[in-house]
Design a protein around this ligand. Structure first.
Ligand code: NAD
Length: 351
């Protein structure tokens, strides 16, 4: 028997097709009468449509959410929310928009609802990442947990196939690291395995047909579970590496996760037997790291950090930063090992 601690979550989750229609009653259930709808500039139309659904309960829209939650954007959004006397925020979008919502909640205490449209999973976590200048900091703040998350599979149909793949592999990374997390618990382990099964099943179908609603629903279901894992247990080497690469070289979030995952899995495999066995169940075939690398290739995901804009000279710096106050990891991490797998990941070689 292994002792464990499991943390439940306060977030109400609604899942299905057409579920966005429930937004007005969910806002009302929270006592919210003046909801500020958030989005990126790309999703401004979706934000306007959502404000339309809210009718009189919409206070306005703010459509300038940006990657990595820059504090200046948050400052403008908070001022906008105050000028409208908003009593809640509703994010329509991916991790960038939901991150802005959390940053507003952290500063104002306003409750947040979300309609997630990618597989990043931020909506299920108390993690707030913010950027000031070129510095990105990440904190766990229980107060930023969302009150209500409405997953509407219809909103994910417009996510381009290549972005869906990268975002899906980002979700898989949360699940993989939950399988071997230091504080893993039986529920997180079950959710992580189920998330991997759903994502491995659905992503190839989405590549073949991005309008396959069943596959889209399966992927969103996996993303919800993976996001819940990310919010529940601690992450390890993979997330540390991606954090360093994103922060230092401005690499795109989901794509970086997609490239790095097979390499970290190969490194951790000797120290994470039970996790590897569960991963092998989700992706049968060769060793899990090889199977993951192969799956990425078949899905057309990026496989080389150099293709994402990382300079070769950055490998050494990244290896140094990864070992500096590193996260807990099932296998002890040293600079030579990190340099070795980053060199392969940079060049797009198999793990
Ligand atoms: P994103 O939110 O930046 O979205 C990428 C682009 O896709 C945006 O232009 C967006 O408008 C567009 N888009 C999103 N959904 C769409 C749809 N259905 N159809 C068409 N276009 C769509 O990307 P992301 O990968 O979801 O989020 C990345 C950010 O989230 C990073 O800053 C990352 O650090 C953060 N994140 C945070 C957590 C957390 O727990 N705090 C978890 C995961 C990611």
């Amino acid at each position: 028997m292994k002792n464990f601690v499991h943390r439940g979550q306060i977030t109400k989750v609604i899942f299905g097709s057409g579920t966005r229609e429930r937004i007005p009653e969910e806002a009302d259930a929270l006592g919210c009468r003046r909801v500020l709808v958030l989005s990126t500039p790309d999703q401004a139309e979706q934000a306007e449509r959502t404000a339309g659904l809210l009718g009189a309960a919409a206070a306005g829209v703010f459509t300038a959410a940006a990657p990595h939650t820059p504090v200046e954007v948050t400052g403008t959004a908070v001022a906008h929310a105050r000028s409208l006397a908003a009593d809640a925020v509703l994010a329509v979008g991916g991790g960038s928009t939901i991150g802005l919502g959390k940053a507003i909640t952290a500063r104002t205490g306003l409750p947040q609802l979300a309609l997630p449209t990618t597989y990043a999973g931020s909506e299920m976590t108390p993690i707030l990442g913010e950027t000031e200048g070129r510095r990105k900091t990440t904190r766990r703040l229980p107060d930023v947990l969302l009150r209500t998350v409405v997953y509407d599979v219809d909103l994910t149909l417009t996510l381009p196939s290549a972005v869906s793949v990268a975002s899906g592999l980002n979700a898989m990374a949360h699940a993989v690291e939950a399988l071997y997390a230091e504080d893993r618990d039986p529920v997180a382990f079950l959710m992580a395995g189920e998330a991997l099964d759903a994502l491995v099943r659905s992503l190839p179908r989405i590549v073949r047909d991005p309008d396959d609603t069943e596959a889209r629903a399966d992927a969103l279901y996996g993303a919800w579970l993976a996001g819940t894992c990310l919010g529940t247990v601690g992450m390890a080497l993979h997330h540390k590496v991606c954090h360093v690469l994103g922060g230092t070289f401005g690499l795109p979030h989901a794509q970086t996760h997609a490239v790095v995952l097979p390499h970290v899995v190969a490194f951790n495999a000797p120290a994470a037997g039970r996790a590897m066995a569960r991963l092998a169940q989700a992706i049968p075939g060769k060793a899990p790291a090889t199977a993951l690398f192969q799956l990425s290739g078949e899905l057309g995901a990026p496989t080389a950090l150099r293709d994402l804009g990382m300079p070769e000279a950055g490998i050494e710096q990244a290896a140094e930063l990864v070992v500096q106050d590193g996260y807990w990891n099932p296998r002890p991490v040293d600079r030579d090992a990190v340099r070795a797998f980053l060199t392969r990941a940079w060049a797009g070689e198999a793990p």
